[in-house]
Ligand binder design. Structure first.
Ligand SMILES: Nc1ncnc2c1ncn2[C@@H]1O[C@H](COP(=O)(O)OP(=O)(O)OP(=O)(O)O)[C@@H](O)[C@H]1O
Length: 357
């Protein structure tokens, strides 16, 4: 039976940087580790893997890797690690690379599971190719399967797509989405990309200066005013729901979420599928009434739940409640005053379809 994982770590690298985190991870699903450069994302992964020596406790799926009097060496920790570069053995074929990992594993993964992973990541046609001949995206898919050859208790991925172009990133994100449903272990996924977080992560850990400032479901974390302050102009919320209608002639789709229906671009979407939309706070405007003569396809009834203005940005952030979901809107202080916006007030949130990512 899989159990929740618990991590409490403290490490002082220098006067400039200390890692101090306490986390309980879900038993499965992808948790993105997000934060600005130098906040400690890689250090966190390295400490879990035992590559950097932190003080504290690491318990993964009920197995204690580190605690008072216990500190397993990195090779004793059941980890799959995927880095920015695939680091395959170039003199071996893809199959050779996978077999090498499999024979060195303490737990022998069943052949049918290997086949399943190979099919999920579509690398069967590459099995006899030399690793040296693979494209970056192909090599990274092989590296992901290789990391899973040991049947790890946790998969650590450190910016696995950072060295790939956007088309390759896109296809690997699709593979990761397929894979995550088949994995029953937690995955920690370090990234700088909000798009990657939005595409694959269920939860997110937001780090700042070695500490966890937010941790939870992406929909909750990104709609919080704390996150808004941290992300500034990149602040955005993620809405999730089902595609209930597609108007092919207009290339528009209806995304039904907890709070209403959003018209989004229908590209690559199918009726009935689960989908997410990311909306930047700067792409939402508010009005006091509904405008039938507007080009906004999305005018949603909302209530101002909270607002913040730290005085440094020139805009006010409104946290808007739309049904059971939340939006963030950046509007100028001038507009806020002109409309006399107050917490609790009912407004319309206006979102251009073309601005939804
Ligand atoms: N080997 C090391 N010795 C001393 N300090 C280090 C070492 N490695 C990293 N650091 C410092 O630890 C801090 C956290 O680094 P880390 O690489 O974990 O950040 P990060 O969030 O992963 O950054 P990035 O997004 O740029 O990869 C930084 O201040 C960095 O300078």
């Amino acid at each position: 039976m899989t159990q929740q994982s618990y991590i409490r770590l403290w490490l002082e690298r220098s006067e400039r940087f200390q890692l101090e985190v306490e986390l309980a991870l879900n038993t499965q699903g992808i948790t993105a580790v997000f934060g600005e450069s130098g906040c400690g994302k890689t250090t966190l992964l390295r400490c879990i893997a035992g590559l950097d020596k932190a003080v504290g406790k690491v318990n993964i799926n009920g197995n204690t890797w580190q605690d008072e009097g216990v500190c397993l060496a990195p090779y004793q920790r059941s980890i799959g690690y995927v880095f920015q570069q695939a680091n395959l053995f170039p003199h071996l074929t893809v199959k050779g690379n996978l077999n090498y990992a499999r024979t060195r594993a303490k737990k022998k993964i069943a052949q049918e599971q290997v086949d399943h992973l190979i099919d999920l990541t579509d690398i069967r046609p590459l099995l006899n190719a030399s690793a040296a001949e693979l494209s970056g995206g192909e090599a990274q898919r092989v590296a992901i399967v290789r990391a899973l050859m040991t049947e790890p208790d946790i998969l650590l991925m450190d910016e696995p797509l950072a060295s790939l172009d956007s088309t390759r990133k896109d296809s690997i994100l699709d593979y990761l989405n397929r894979l995550k449903r088949a994995l029953s272990i937690p995955v920690l996924y370090v990234t700088h990309s909000l798009e990657e977080v939005s595409r694959i992560a269920g939860d997110v850990i937001l780090m700042e200066k070695g500490r966890v400032v937010q941790h939870g479901a992406v929909t909750n974390v990104f709609s919080s005013l704390t996150t808004d302050k941290l992300l500034g102009k990149d602040a955005s919320v993620i809405l999730e729901g089902r595609i209930t209608d597609i108007e092919h002639a207009w290339q528009l789709a209806d995304l039904q979420f907890d709070g209403g229906t959003l018209k989004i671009n229908s590209l690559c979407l199918e009726q009935g599928q689960f989908a997410r939309a990311r909306i930047l706070a700067k792409d939402i405007s508010v009005s006091l009434s509904y405008h039938s003569d507007s080009s906004f396809l999305n005018q949603l009834q909302a209530q101002i739940q909270d607002m913040s203005d730290d005085g440094s940005q020139g805009y006010v952030t409104l946290k808007l409640k739309v049904g059971d979901s939340f939006l963030l809107a950046h509007i100028t202080r001038y507009s806020c005053q002109r409309l006399n916006l107050q917490i609790g007030q009912r407004v319309w949130a206006n979102i251009k379809t073309v601005a939804i990512i």
